[in-house]
Design a binder for this molecule. Sequence first.
Ligand code: HEC
Length: 119
Amino acid sequence: MGMRQEAFGVFVVGSALILAACSSQPDNSREVAAGQRLHEETAGGVGCASCHGMNARGEGLAPDIRGVTADQIIDSLKNTEDMREIALTKADINDIVAFLAMLKEKALKAQQAVAAQQD
Ligand code: HEC
């Protein structure tokens, strides 16, 4: 194989990897947007943010909930006195999880950026 062909092969494999990486992250912007609205305004008529804070970091009243799972939310709705009045559908919970995962990812990226600056 000549140099040109080899370079082309690397290019094809590289492109395929990049495409695979992009398509492995499905577009969930609809869920994230719906979850944000539930979190900030509508869940239980008040929004999760009224206790957990606008950025879900916890504001003294209630803990940081960025990156929690659906099971953690379902458990809390059952067992936390303050959350018992909140009724959510499975789809609502799914949307909130997507939104809270996005916040967690953002926070991790910000931390990594700070760590990179300190290197
Ligand atoms: C009226 C206040 C209030 C609202 C509204 C509220 N929470 Fe909570 N939540 C709490 C408190 C207080 C705790 C801590 C309970 C404990 O530690 O026993 C908690 C705990 C949790 C936990 C467990 C976290 C952990 O680390 O164990 C999750 C998950 C959670 N809430 C999710 C939500 C979501 C999602 C919403 C919106 C749908 C919401 N909460 C709305 C007060 C609230």
